[in-house]
Design a protein around this ligand. Structure first.
Ligand code: HSE
Length: 406
């Protein structure tokens, strides 16, 4: 019998308790051992919960109980979650988590402790919710040199952008509705400003390229600046606007990593990843391209990934799974402004200014009542150039929007 403790009885923690109970027989079969939830730690009271008999308030009980072999951290954030994870690993217990903030910022350190103590620190649920992506990268795709990984990593922003397209309503209005329906948090900053996606792409980059990428060191741009006009221009060009996290290997051992809204072709699979769904594309030198699609958030999809990690931690109790990356040095991640792409530009400047900066460009017809060109603005796609070069060329221009094209 293996005993586990769940830290945090919120959405994910309660989902884990439910799935553990509902699928107890198959879970024990798959782990080749009985697994039982011994404790659930939360400072709040849940007198009506079917798990009330397991609820305790004090983490000390968990860390000092030699019968607890696996600790499930679903508290979130970097304070208590960090302290408890560290102490549980130091006490020789495996830890399983959905906490992308902690893995992205302290993963290297926590994995080193896990290695020293010969226990597991597993985090499949930290990226893409229920989508298997960490395990494919660290197991199924290890024959490859991975050149690039990118995708729609945040369900809230994808939901908002999808509804802006389908409803033709502006960002602020859809955000309010999304909050009312429970898709967006009361404080939506981490989602809409791209920080959540940044943590996820950094974890993916850590694993794919082998050195740590600090979410605070990469370029991050959210979707609050995306307008209906941008969406319509993109449509006319045969594209959709999606928030992407991207990481790719560059010559000389450097990598590029960033989060930004992109125009992506309607012919790509990723452009059909709509609503709260997530999609992640991996490019390996042997495999070519491969895409992972599914529910990137939500109680049960996330619990599905956490419980699979619990089973894996139980199966690897004696021989821990190798998982880890090195610390990176200065300059490992290049400045996002030095990363090249084609760009979509929308400007209030005249054709003379545009011509001086970019030569002849093919204008995208204005989405208002004057086809061909707008009454006071122009939009077009540029050739490939770095963000720095784009900034230099647009120095004189009134730029209304600029987005990378995938
Ligand atoms: N807020 C996140 C999202 C939850 O919208 O994708 C899953 O990490």
């Amino acid at each position: 019998m293996v005993n586990i403790a769940i830290l945090g009885f919120g959405t994910v923690g309660s989902g884990v308790a439910e799935v553990m109970e509902e699928n107890a027989v198959s879970i024990s079969h798959n782990a080749a051992e009985d697994i039982r939830v011994k404790y659930i730690v939360d400072i709040r009271d849940f007198p009506d919960s079917p798990f009330a008999d397991k609820l305790i308030r004090d983490f000390e009980t968990v860390v000092s109980d030699p019968d607890v072999q696996v600790v499930v951290e679903t508290i979130g954030g970097r304070k208590a979650a960090y302290e408890y994870t560290k102490r549980a690993l130091e006490a020789g217990k495996s830890v399983v988590t959905s906490n992308k903030e902690l893995v992205a910022s302290r993963g290297h350190e926590l994995l080193e402790i896990a290695k020293r103590k010969n226990v597991n620190y597993l985090f499949e649920a930290s990226v893409g919710g229920g989508i298997p992506i960490i395990r494919p990268i660290t197991q199924c795709l290890t024959a490859n040199e991975i050149d690039e990984i990118y995708g729609i990593l945040n369900g809230t922003t994808n939901y908002i952008l999808t509804r802006m397209i389908t409803d033709g309503a502006p960002f602020g209005e859809i955000l309010k509705d999304a909050q009312k329906q429970g898709y967006a948090e009361a404080d939506p900053t981490a989602d809409i400003e791209g920080y959540d996606a940044a943590r996820k792409i950094c974890i993916l980059a850590d694993l794919c390229f082998g050195q740590s990428v600090d979410p605070e060191s990469i370029g991050v741009e959210g979707i609050s600046g995306v307008t209906l006009e941008d969406i319509e221009y993109a449509r006319r060009l045969g594209y959709k606007i999606k928030l992407l996290g991207r990481a790719r290997r560059l010559p000389g051992g450097h990598i590029a990593a960033y989060v930004a809204p992109h125009l992506i072709s309607k012919t790509s699979l990723l452009s059909n990843v709509d609503g709260v769904m997530n999609g992640i594309v991996v490019h390996g030198n042997a495999l070519g391209e491969c895409m992972f699609y599914g529910a990137g958030a939500g109680k049960r999809p996330t619990a599905s990934a956490v419980v699979a990690d619990i089973i894996d931690a139980v199966k690897h109790r004696r021989a821990r799974k190798y998982l880890g990356w090195e610390e990176s040095g200065p300059g490992y991640v290049v400045d996002t402004d030095d990363v090249s792409s084609r760009w979509f530009l929308r400007t209030g400047s005249g054709l003379d200014v545009i011509g001086r900066a970019f030569g002849n460009v093919r204008l995208i017809s204005y989405p208002g009542e004057y086809p061909g060109a707008g009454p006071d603005e122009y939009a077009f796609a540029t050739p490939e150039m770095t963000g720095r070069e784009l900034a230099a060329r647009t120095g004189e221009m009134e730029v209304r929007s600029r987005f990378r094209i995938l």
